[in-house]
Design a protein around this ligand. Structure first.
Ligand code: 5GP
Length: 174
C-alpha cells in the first residue's frame, strides 16, 4: 500500500493567515501580560511562527497533554504530561492549539486554567473542524475552518510522522 499527501493548505496560505492572527493579537494585547500556552506536541510549529508575528513582549510556556480516546476520536479525558513552568495568576493567557476537532480537549483545558486565576484565557487555533464538534468552544483567533478530514503537516502528525511537512495535507492511501 502506498501513501501520498494531498495539499489542503499551502505554506504561503498558512504564512499569510498566521501573520494576520499575529497582527490582531498584537492590537488586542497591547497593555496586557500576554502568555502564550503552547499545547504540545502538535502546536509547536504554528506557535513558533505565531509568536514571531506578535510584536509585543510576551512569555511562552508549554503544556504537554495526552488525550485518551478510541482510535482518532478524543474522549475529552486529558492527562497533563508536562505542566506549565510558572503560575498564570493575573496573566492574560492565549492557549495555542493546532486543531479543535471535537472541542473536548480545549474545553477541559479552559476549565483547568480557570482554576489557576489568570486575568483572562482565550483560544487561538490554527484549524477547526466544526463537523465533529461535541461541545461548543469559543475560538477567539482562528486560522482556517476545514472539512472533516484527518490532516497532517505543519506540526500535526499521523503516528508521529509528517510533523515536519511545511504545509497541511491529507494522507491518501492506494
Ligand atoms: P479534540 O479534543 O478537539 O477532539 O482534539 C484535539 C486534538 O486531537 C488536537 O490537538 C490533535 O492533537 C488531535 N487531532 C484532531 N483532529 C486531528 C487531525 O485531523 N489531524 C491530526 N494530526 N490530529 C488531530
Amino acid at each position: 500500500m502506498s501513501e501520498r499527501l494531498v495539499n489542503m493548505l499551502s505554506t504561503e496560505e498558512i504564512a499569510a493567515r498566521v501573520r494576520d492572527l499575529g497582527a490582531q493579537i498584537t492590537k488586542d494585547y497591547k497593555d496586557k501580560n500576554l502568555v502564550l500556552v503552547v499545547v504540545l506536541k502538535g502546536s509547536f510549529v504554528f506557535a513558533s511562527d505565531l509568536c514571531r508575528a506578535i510584536d509585543l513582549p510576551l512569555r511562552i510556556d508549554f503544556l504537554g497533554v495526552r488525550s485518551y480516546g478510541e482510535g482518532t476520536e478524543s474522549s475529552g479525558v486529558v492527562q497533563i504530561t508536562h505542566d506549565l513552568s510558572k503560575p498564570i495568576a493575573n496573566e492574560d493567557v492565549i492557549i495555542v492549539e493546532d486543531i479543535v476537532d471535537t472541542g473536548l480537549t480545549i474545553a477541559h483545558l479552559m476549565d483547568l486554567f480557570r482554576t489557576r486565576n489568570p486575568r483572562s484565557v482565550k483560544v487561538c487555533a490554527l484549524l477547526h473542524k466544526p463537523a465533529r464538534a461535541r461541545v461548543s468552544v469559543g475560538i477567539d483567533y482562528l486560522g482556517f475552518t476545514i472539512e472533516d478530514k484527518f490532516v497532517v503537516g505543519y506540526g500535526l502528525d499521523f503516528a508521529e510522522r509528517y510533523r515536519n511537512i511545511p504545509y497541511i495535507g491529507v494522507v491518501e492511501r492506494s
